[in-house]
Every structure is written in C-alpha cells, then in structure tokens.
Design a binder for this molecule. Sequence first.
Ligand code: GLY
Length: 428
Amino acid sequence: MHDYEDVLIVGSGGREHALGWKISQSKKVKKVIYANGNGGTAENIQISPTEIDKLAQYANENRLFTVVGPEVPLSLGIVDMFNSYDLPIFGPTKSAARLETSKEFSKQFMNSHSIPTSEFKVFTDAGKATDYVERIDFNAVIKADGLAAGKGVFVSNNKTEAMDAIDQLLNKKIFGQASEKIIVERKITGEEVSLMAICDGGSFVIMDPCRDHKRIFDDDLGPNTGGMGSYSPVPEITENDLNYISDKVFKPVIHGMKGGGSPYSGFLYAGLMIEKHTGKPFVLEFNARMGDPECQPLMMRMQSDLFEYIKAAEKQSLDSMPPFEWKDKFSTCVIMTSKGYPDKYETGYAIKGLNESPDNDLMIFHSGTKLNQANELVTSGGRVLGITSLGKSIDEAMNKSYEKVREISWGDNQQHYRTDIGRKGLEV
Ligand code: GLY
C-alpha cells in the first residue's frame, strides 16, 4: 500500500488550483506540485496534462501521488497507464470516464439503469436527424458525442436552431471526430444544479450542491462558456432532494459501472436540471471530474480533509468514511475573463489590484494566468481568475467577492465578469 506525501495535481485551471490549495492543507501532505499549473500555483513542472507517459515517469521518479483534474488526460488513459506501472493515482480509468467522454454511452447507461434523463436518439446522418427534428413536438438539445471542450451542446428554442446545430455538427463537422455522432434529446426547462461525489468503485460520498452560471452575460444571456461563476450551497435543494439524487443517480451509477466491468473511481459530477413544473431532477450529463468553477466554492466550504477521502478511495474504503463536513457558510466564485471570451480575446496583459489578501474568507484561484519573463503576472487564457469568498449569507459572500473583483483589472479595461453570481440564491 502506498503512503506518499507529495502530491502531483494534473491540470492548469482554477479547479486544479483550488484542489491543490485544499489538498495542501492536509496533515498527510508535504508538498503539492502542478503539471503544468498556472501563475497562481506555487510549484509547477512544465509537462502538459496530455503528456501522460512523461507524467508517469516524473511521478515515479519523485514518488508522487497523482490527482487528475481535467477530462482530457482521463480520456487518454492516464489512470490505466499509472495503474499498469503500479503508480498511485486518483481518477477514473479510460473505460469508466466514458460517462463523460461518450454522450451516447452515458445516455444509454442512464436508460438501462433507470437513471432519470430526458428521452433521446443517436444519429450519424444529418438527413435522418433533421427528419426526426421535423417530427418532434418539443424543443431539442443537440450534443456532440465526444469531448468538445465544453462547447458541444446546443440548446435550441425552435426547429431552425436545432437544424442549424445538426448542420454544424454532422455536415460541417466543427468538432471533427467528436461530432461524427450526435445525440438529440428533449429539452427540459428549469434550473441547473451540479452535484459531485467522490467514488471508489463500490461506494461514494456525496458533496454539497453547487450552481454554475454557464452563459457569458448576466441573466443567463449570450453564448455558453466553461462557467462564469458559482455558489454553494444551493438553498432550494433540500436534504430530501439530496437523498433522492443519491438513490436514483449516484447509487445506480456506482453499481451499474461495477456490474458492467468498469468500476468508477474518482470524482463524479452529475449535471442536473430540476424541472420547473415537476421539481423532478433529470441528469443532463455526467463528468468524470470535479466541475470548474464548482470546485472553487466547494473547496472553500469543505471542513473535512479531502486528501483523507482520496486516500480512502484509493484503498476502496470510502464506505468507512463519514459524510463530508461543511462550513456553515455560503461561498461564491466570480470568474473574471478576458474581454471577448468565449470567442476571440487578447492575452499578455499585466494584472493589477491582485495583492493577495490575508483574509481566510477570500481566495483568488487562478486559471488563465502566467508569470512572464519579467516575473510579472499576466493574463494567458479566456477564464483568468476565480474570486471566491465565504460569508454568513449569500449576500455577504457576493459582496466580498465583488468588492475584490472591482479592485482587479488588466489592460485598458480588458476584463469581463458577470455581476449576478449568487443572485438566484437570494431569490429563493
Ligand atoms: N462547470 C461546468 C463543468 O465543469 O463542466
């Protein structure tokens, strides 16, 4: 049995910064190293998350316990590779990660295990998909089967929009191989909520709910992004709802994946839609990882030692662990992006107003940042920073986050952020 105390976090986003920050607080962890991290993470190695053979070599030479953040290395089989060298790693195998990497696998799995999800059909032929959309009497959501960096889902409001999405995916093949197959499913109207759990192949421990804000502009307007902000907990999700989702979603996933020969170990994310008229939760998607930016407020609120749970998952003894303990506080994470994101944007601007705060209730998690040759912190991506606060109320957490957000800028007002992260929580 391994008992390593130095941890390698694979990834470079705000999720990985938050995971590493939390894991580094464990008494069992000496040091956290990021591959390849960002301008806010203390110790980075310049190996890309997709260079899985180099990562295995580095982890072996330095006796590291590896935690995988994003989905791409999982889809490349990083966990299978580490397992074959008997290197300790936390995350699902390539086969188990199909819950995220193939929407077709995921929907069919849900159907065969009676997990609530909307009705769907799979197409490879644009003509047949278009005929189907002509006939249905509901609005459709069109999804690329494979990974498309969070951009493969088209929510249509009418038949023209649905047909345009089919054309983009199947005829124009905008995501190449990832969109050679598509899923057309019934659109469910309501509010989304993200639920995550840590799993060990046979059991799981669920986390508190969180809510992401996927659209670029206030009031959920504009194009989808990787996530513009989040808050946790989600006041309208009750203990009963959580028990229901545990029983109807997470339990059947764990049992079904084990029964199907691909036991699921790692973080599992269920993206749910709570249907407006029925209050019933439907699974929109599974992700084989923590959400970004959902991870940031969850890490701020978590009292328990996450690394103990990760080690328990590695030993397949999660069933002996108590439920996670959470700070009785709200947390909001406001994402600051480069102006123009999710389309074209410029990078390389020096970030002003960042001076790290000594306050334990405010964390700035970095994503698209780096140190340039002059050792200045500059922007280097679309999503740049996640200003994450804790407060006794959502109001207090929001005010704290936004007070800091207003102090930060780059270029000639080249930053963008939503001003309503957390507002839905106030409206309950
Ligand atoms: N926040 C959405 C995701 O992580 O996929």
